[in-house]
Design a protein around this ligand. Sequence first.
Ligand SMILES: Cc1cc2nc3c(=O)[nH]c(=O)nc-3n(C[C@H](O)[C@H](O)[C@H](O)COP(=O)(O)OP(=O)(O)OC[C@H]3O[C@@H](n4cnc5c(N)ncnc54)[C@H](O)[C@@H]3O)c2cc1C
Length: 410
Amino acid sequence: MLDTFYGFFTPSETPKKIVAGLPDLIVNELDKTGDIFLRPNTYGAGTGVNYNPERLKLVWDQKIVQAGIRFLLHTTLVDVVRKEGEPITCIFWNKSGFFKIIAQRVIDASGDADFCHLAGYAYEVAGELEPAQSMTTTFRMCNVDLDKFKQAGGKHMLQEKMIQAIETGKHPLPRKEGSAHEMCQPGCISTVAVKVSGLRALQAEELTQAEIEGRKQSFIYEDFFRQEVPGYEHSKIIGLSHQIGVRETRRVYGEYRLTKEDCLSGIMPADRIFLCGAPIEDHRPGKNGEDETFWQYIPENGVYGVPYGTIVPKQSERVWVVGRCFSATHDAHASCRSMAQTMSMGQAAGLAAVLSLDTDTAANAVNIPQLQAKLLQLGAILDNPATIADTSRNGWQNNFRVQNTLAHSL
Ligand SMILES: Cc1cc2nc3c(=O)[nH]c(=O)nc-3n(C[C@H](O)[C@H](O)[C@H](O)COP(=O)(O)OP(=O)(O)OC[C@H]3O[C@@H](n4cnc5c(N)ncnc54)[C@H](O)[C@@H]3O)c2cc1C
């Protein structure tokens, strides 16, 4: 239910493209049918690549089928048997029953690090050391009169209305800020405004409570938008995320752990596998117990390189971990979890797994220059575009049907 890839570009007035390779393939496929536009966001995570999430589902299916990959949807990993030096037994459940796969290599992309948990790798659970980021049910609204909204003051007017609604107690909104932005579908708005905190996403009962609370808050917003915001009078919610959005749960301890200092000092390690320029964006309770978002930027619109060891669980020979459960502290994770970066992790782990099989090498001993050469062949960007003379490889944004029209993204 999200609809904006963040992390492809650095924030600032002069955004630089820092992620490429397979993620570009997906964006360009969406571009063919006009299902993409750029959303300037100079203060947040950088220019966003807005996509039609329904078309994206089709694109993923087609790309996977075209690549000849056998895959199963509706299938859950439920157990793992791991013995030193042997292939790994993964037990799954789906509507056909239980079955096992004997895996030579595994990439855990479960968000919650379910594989690593079941296989006995060490991890930190969000909330143990620092408050966990909150959860959000995203929702879409249709039939919004955007011209009227813009004429009435756009995003600044909306923010004032949100503050008023909270101060007067008329609408108990959980936040006085949040994102409400145009979608590819005309007259439709996508929002990231709900905020559910203090509940643990790995506990089924609390996750159930979180779903209930997230849906309740969504309709509090619907009342607020319809009653208070010009242009929204005849709008309605047409979709709630089918599952509440969970920002962080388990973060595996890897061969390397990305830290806040790494991000803010702009490290460029020799074993980097992708770049990130997004600020630390931490959704958590503020001093007065209010849920707010805290931002910390990489100085001078900079970028940092992410070491290979962040996607390799400690001492792992056959396993990689990618996505929001990769190896990072709470703060570093809050910078590096956008989708351009999580796609880059997947790209690097896939290539590393193949290299590891081809050369019969352990995950933690993969030849890094060889891996980087393969990443560059795919078009990945490993050098800070601000420091290289030839940025022609970064001209991909010109392929876009660029719409800089969006005025009211919060
Ligand atoms: C509310 C919210 C708003 C966000 N907004 C943005 C944004 O606008 N732009 C942006 O770039 N990023 C955004 N992010 C961050 C970004 O979306 C996530 O960090 C990223 O998508 C995480 O990807 P992932 O693949 O690690 O995990 P997920 O997207 O959670 O995918 C994990 C997958 O693994 C499957 N799975 C889980 N457990 C099992 C199991 N045991 N067996 C089998 N399969 C399993 C799940 O079904 C799921 O398909 C947002 C995050 C949230 C929560």
